[in-house]
Design a protein around this ligand. Structure first.
Ligand code: SF4
Length: 388
């Protein structure tokens, strides 16, 4: 957790165990990082009525979670009262709990997600990790509990009506060949909870069997890819690994796989024939940033050396925050050393009248130029999809 010392985070990060998904290569299993073990799992009646809900419950129980069968379909009792102590308790309770629920109908009316994909869809909402810049902070309300959706079959079948309707990547001359793109990691890190949900495995199989111009996309800071390696993906899933400068990961990420584990997982997925990608995010001009990012790209190039038929993309996302996400993050991580000073940023307005705090224009231009040149130099096979 870098320089932030929060007892609850130390407790939760202990609440993990080495991945054991591969039996033939124990060193590979260890290299996948640690699995999140929720202390308790809540399940609603509607979720319990579905086979996938019960399957997730069984998995969570297998990892030692206490089961709480709710009598109603609402999650209650998780919010702390206003006041630092209760808010800290609510955070700790949420980050050590999994809720199995049915997604609301509104979640199945898909929204575009520029510039990543035509559509976003949701297998879950929330994430057990502790990144001090977490982009979910401004998007989700209430305590950050992870909710996994039991109606997976319905969620996946619902995607069919969107094929051919995209206006983001489908409308781009450079990316139209990807087909209709569906992003699964807007509100969660699906690989971080895959051992409990199996939702990614089902989704990869679904897209693999869906003989149409479509692509499943997800990005992750985890590395337990073992169960995905042998699937019939037919090239219709692109996994991107969220990677960063060593000091950014060290200082601001907690409860995720290490950078080395993620890079190794990137190689394993590429070797299994998946289209792969780098989500370089959030890019920060920390002291010595050029040297740190060069070291990262060099490690990636070494890891991918010799992968036949490599299909590699890069998405470059600079650090930004909103007034709302800043407030939430400072509540969750009051001692963070993350630069959240508004005076160091420019305001970037969106079409709805809100705005984000981004790096000033000159700084952005300098970094953009450097990243494009450096990726072309160190990873010449990578196709940069966007900078933002
Ligand atoms: Fe947030 Fe992603 Fe970190 Fe999870 S892994 S805490 S979703 S930034």
């Amino acid at each position: 957790m870098g320089s932030v010392s929060l007892p609850v985070l130390q407790n939760t990060s202990c609440n993990t165990e080495p991945v054991t998904t591969e039996t033939t290569a124990p060193d590979a299993a260890l290299a996948e990082g640690r699995l999140w073990r929720p202390r308790r799992v809540y399940i609603t009646p509607d979720a319990y009525a579905l086979p996938h809900g019960r399957a997730m419950l069984e998995r969570a129980e297998g990892f030692g979670a206490e089961v709480i069968r709710l009598k109603q379909n609402r999650l209650t009792g998780l919010s702390g009262q206003p006041g630092e102590k209760d808010e800290r308790k609510a955070y700790a309770l949420a980050k050590t709990s999994l809720a199995i629920v049915v997604s609301p109908p509104s979640a199945r009316r898909l929204q575009p997600i520029p510039p990543s994909a035509d559509w976003q869809f949701h297998l879950a909402q929330g994430c057990p990790a502790h990144c001090q810049y977490c982009y979910l902070a401004g998007s989700l309300s209430g305590p950050p509990i992870t909710r996994a959706y039991a109606n997976l079959h319905e969620i996946l079948e619902n995607l069919r009506e969107y094929v051919g309707t995209g206006k983001v990547t489908s409308a781009s001359a450079e990316r139209a060949h990807e087909g209709t793109t569906f992003e699964a990691s807007c509100y969660t890190d699906p690989l971080g909870i895959e051992h409990l949900t199996g939702g990614l495995e089902e989704s990869v199989r679904f897209f693999g069997a869906w003989d149409a111009p479509v692509q499943l996309r997800f990005t992750t800071k985890f590395a337990a890819v073992g169960p995905l390696l042998g699937l019939q993906h037919h090239g219709r899933t692109r996994v991107r690994f969220s990677l960063n400068a060593a000091s950014v990961a060290r200082d601001f990420e907690g409860g995720t796989a290490t950078m080395a584990q993620r890079i190794r997982a990137l190689r394993r997925m590429a070797m299994a024939g998946y289209p792969v990608g780098l989500t370089v995010a959030p890019i920060m001009p920390v002291e010595g940033w050029q040297a740190e990012y060069t070291a990262l790209f060099t490690e990636i190039a070494t890891a991918l050396d010799g992968v036949a038929g490599l299909d590699l993309t890069a998405e470059l996302i600079t650090h930004r925050f909103t007034a709302g996400s800043r407030e939430v993050l400072l509540g969750w991580y009051p001692k963070t050393t993350l630069d959240l000073a508004k005076e160091n940023r420019s305001e970037k307005r969106n079409k709805f009248g809100g705005f984000k705090y981004v790096y000033p224009k000159d700084r952005m231009a300098q970094m953009r130029e450097w990243f494009y040149a450096e990726i072309a130099r160190v990873l010449p096979g990578a196709r940069v999809l966007y900078w933002t």
